[in-house]
Design a protein around this ligand. Structure first.
Ligand code: ADP
Length: 182
């Protein structure tokens, strides 16, 4: 059995999709071990999206630059940089702003292969590329170019831990030990 952290981000809460999204996880056989609604502090948001994890920041910047190239846009002209690290830091700032902007539903799910299973149910980071049937594919059609033009992160409703190390770190970041005993 594996555990994973899921966040229903402010767009999911504002759009009234909490029940629908949780129900998809439950129908797929994942068990809710803990859940709470929080408006994250800036401190918590910065720990969740750590600027010191260089590969995370640069990876995000790199992926974003690729989407600019794909769309035939000049990242430097649009955003003032074409450096992956600088680009990643910019996006991290937008993510912190967004995730602290309103209530988030934090959930710990448990199940067989839960980390992979949840990410499959959630779908591609870019909703416009996410398959129908996935949460992001069914409820969003956002793109990085549109998002970045408006200086905000991609609205993709859900965060889900990427691997075991991340899951363990994130579960303990969002929940205190006595909230995980149920
Ligand atoms: P995932 O959430 O699918 O694991 P990442 O870890 O790569 O994806 O990115 C974290 C979050 O940052 C994404 O869910 C999305 O909200 C936002 N994000 C990622 N890349 C970009 C981008 N190029 N522009 C704006 N926001 C982005």
């Amino acid at each position: 059995m594996e555990k994973t952290l899921v966040l229903l981000k402010p767009d999911a809460v504002q759009r009234g999709l909490v029940g629908e999204i949780i129900s998809r996880f439950e129908k797929a056989g994942l068990k809710m071990l803990a859940a709470k609604m929080v408006t994250p502090s800036e401190n918590l948001a910065n720990k969740h999206y750590p600027t010191e994890r260089r590969e995370f920041i640069e990876g995000m910047g790199q992926k974003s630059l690729e989407t600019y190239a794909e769309a035939g846009l000049d990242a430097k002209a649009e955003l003032g940089t074409d450096d992956p690290h600088e680009m990643g830091l910019k996006i991290q700032g937008w993510m912190v702003n967004f995730i602290t902007s309103g209530p988030v539903m934090a959930i710990v799910l448990e199940g067989q292969d839960a980390i992979k299973k949840v990410r499959e149910l959630v779908g591609h980071t870019v909703p416009a590329k996410a398959y129908p049937g996935t949460i992001r594919g069914d409820y969003s059609n956002d793109t990085p170019t549109l998002a970045n033009k408006e200086k905000r992160p991609i609205m993709n409703l859900v965060h889900a831990s990427g691997d075991k190390t991340e899951a363990e770190f994130e579960i303990n970041l969002w929940f205190a030990p006595d909230e995980l005993r149920a």
